[in-house]
Every structure is written in structure tokens, then in C-alpha cells.
Design a binder for this molecule. Structure first.
Ligand code: NAP
Length: 244
């Protein structure tokens, strides 16, 4: 049975992707930065109820050595790593004039360097397998920019460049790499926005509704499927039609 590793999968979009890939028949390697995130075991139980194997791997994806050890542990536990979803991400918003160096550097480390760390070590496993799918979580903020998010939009734009580079470097080994760029999706990350910010965004969305985590999980499921075998280096926007 094939295995999918999803970073930052204790909640939000990552948890929805993990559940959807379990429905698709993948064994699931869950990851999050803190064991506390998995305290109630509910995601693990939901995944196991779908008839697949599941294990949690606690690791800070911005830490190169922790990622190297975690990838070794996932490979040892499941035998193969067939799908990597680079989902873990954070925001530390603020207008550029007031943003601290710490706010900037932390977001770059967690959102962007993590994609290098994971893609490098999982990519090495996939190269030996001569197959694999890497799916990165970008954002519309990386495509269009967003006031108050110079750090976040920098990382999400970088992820688009990294996606195309990895697609070109690993394509000849049967590995695809694509990105999804969500718009406004209802999760704990976006709960933090004010009503004013939410209403301003709603005005720009053609479908006049915010997205659900399942809207992202469905597209990731397609990119991980046999039907997407010849799709690589692409960025699929999942935004209900924002800023068209
Ligand atoms: P979320 O609800 O905040 O979940 C992110 C998860 O990643 C959390 O469980 C978080 O744990 C974990 N995480 C944070 N830092 C980590 C680290 N260093 N190592 C491992 N795990 C870590 O976020 P979400 O809304 O589901 O977003 C998921 C992805 O989609 C992110 O990359 C985000 O940028 C992208 N995205 C989201 C939206 C949206 O509207 N929600 C839009 C565009 C793109 P802690 O809580 O403990 O930090």
C-alpha cells in the first residue's frame, strides 16, 4: 500500500488532506510541530477507521536535522514514501513598516525552508523508488500579494518557483511536483482575521463564499492520483475565482 506524508496535519487543511488521502487508500504519516496538537487522537482514529495504517511524527519542519531524521523514520515505518504534501505553514502578519526581523525570519523558516528540507530528503527516497508526487501549499498571497503579509507572500511566491524547479529536477525520475494556491479557506489560520478583513475579501471572490478545507483536499487528491500522472510544475488556484 502506498504512503502519504502530510506536514502540519493535526488540524485545518492538512488534517482534511490526510483524511481524504486515507479515503483514497494511502497509509498516512501525520506530522505536526507539537505532540499537544494530537492530544485527543481523533484524527488518527478517523484515519484508521478508513482501513489504512497511520502514525504521527512530531517534527519542526523548519529544522533541517529533525526533517532528515523524520524522513528516515517514515521510510523505516512504511517502506515507501509515495506522496509528500508540504502543508505546514504559519502567519505573523503586520504592515512592512512595523514588521520585526523575527516575524519575517520565522515565517520564511517555517513556510519556505521547510519545503526545501522535506523535498530534499523525501525527494531522495522518491528518486530511489523512481516515482513520487510532491504537492506544495502556496497561496493567492504569493500570486497577487497581500497588504500586511510581506513575509507570508514572499514564502508563498517562493514555493511557486520551488515547485517548478523540483518538477524540472525530478521529472526524469518519474516524480511530479505541483502546487495548489488556496484563496480564503475557513480554518484556525483565517479565524484570526477581523470581520472587516473577511468582508473585504468576500467582495473579491466570484463565488461569494469562502472555501472549505475539503475544496483543497479534493484537488490534492487528484494531484496524488494516477489521473494526474502527466501533470507537473503547475499551480492550481483554489479560490472561488479571486481577482480574475
Ligand atoms: P493551520 O490551521 O494554522 O494549520 C497549520 C498546521 O501546521 C498547524 O497544526 C500548525 O501547528 C502546523 N505547524 C506550524 N508550524 C509547524 C512546524 N514548524 N512544523 C510542523 N508543523 C507546523 O493552517 P491552515 O489554514 O490549515 O493552512 C495550511 C496550509 O495552507 C498553510 O501552508 C497555509 O499557508 C496554506 N493556506 C491556507 C489558506 C487559508 O485560507 N486557510 C490560504 C492559503 C494557503 P501549530 O498550530 O502548533 O503551529
Amino acid at each position: 500500500m502506498a504512503t502519504a506524508l502530510i506536514t502540519g496535519s493535526a488540524r485545518g487543511i492538512g488534517a482534511a488532506i490526510a483524511l481524504r488521502l486515507a479515503e483514497d487508500g494511502f497509509n498516512i504519516a501525520l506530522n505536526d510541530i507539537s505532540g499537544d496538537m494530537f492530544k485527543d487522537n481523533s484524527i488518527e482514529e478517523e484515519i484508521r477507521a478508513k482501513g489504512v495504517d497511520v502514525e504521527k511524527f512530531i517534527c519542526d519542519v523548519s529544522d533541517y536535522s529533525q526533517v532528515e531524521e523524520t524522513v528516515k523514520a517514515v521510510k523505516a515505518r512504511f517502506g515507501t514514501i509515495d506522496v509528500l504534501v508540504n502543508n505546514a505553514g504559519i502567519t505573523r502578519d503586520g504592515l512592512m513598516a512595523r514588521m520585526s526581523e523575527e516575524q519575517y525570519d520565522l515565517v520564511v523558516a517555517v513556510n519556505q525552508k521547510s519545503v526545501f528540507n522535506m523535498s530534499k530528503f523525501v525527494g531522495n527516497v522518491m528518486m530511489r523508488q523512481k516515482s513520487g508526487r510532491i504537492i506544495n501549499l502556496a497561496s493567492v498571497a504569493g500570486v497577487y500579494g497581500n497588504p500586511g503579509q510581506i513575509n507570508y507572500s514572499a514564502t508563498k511566491a517562493a514555493i511557486i518557483g520551488m515547485t517548478k524547479t523540483v518538477a524540472k529536477e525530478l521529472g526524469s525520475r518519474g516524480i511530479t511536483c505541483n502546487a495548489v494556491a488556496p484563496g480564503f479557506i475557513k480554518t484556525p489560520m483565517t479565524d484570526k482575521l477581523t470581520d472587516e478583513q473577511k468582508n473585504a475579501m468576500l467582495g473579491q471572490i466570484a463565488m461569494k463564499r469562502f472555501g472549505e478545507v475539503k475544496d483543497i483536499a479534493g484537488v490534492v487528491s487528484f494531484l496524488a492520483s494516477e489521473d494526474a500522472a502527466y501533470v507537473t510544475g503547475q499551480v492550481i488556484e483554489i479560490s472561488g475565482g479571486i481577482m480574475m
